[in-house]
Design a protein around this ligand. Structure first.
Ligand SMILES: [Zn+2]
Length: 77
């Protein structure tokens, strides 16, 4: 837990800022590679997020299944 984590958080904040502005499509592609994005509300989640957290988001926020909000999610091996 050190500078690496801080830098990671900064990168995510920047990615979110760019996404909020509608930004540049390349930035969006880069952000998508790093994060899991809800297809319904475009909230971003760390790519290390657990399936449980995504399921909770989908059910609590949208009343949908995790697969509806995160169809591209592939569980880590
Ligand atoms: Zn959502």
């Amino acid at each position: 837990m050190g500078n690496g984590q801080k830098a990671q958080m900064k990168r995510e904040r920047n990615a979110q800022k760019a996404a909020g502005k509608g930004g540049n499509s390349q930035l969006k592609v880069n952000a998508a590679a790093k994060n899991i994005i809800c297809k319904k509300c475009f909230q971003t989640f760390l790519c290390t997020s657990r399936e449980k957290a995504l399921t909770e988001h989908a059910e609590n926020k949208h009343g949908m299944s995790m697969k509806d909000c995160f169809p591209d999610y592939v569980p880590p091996p």
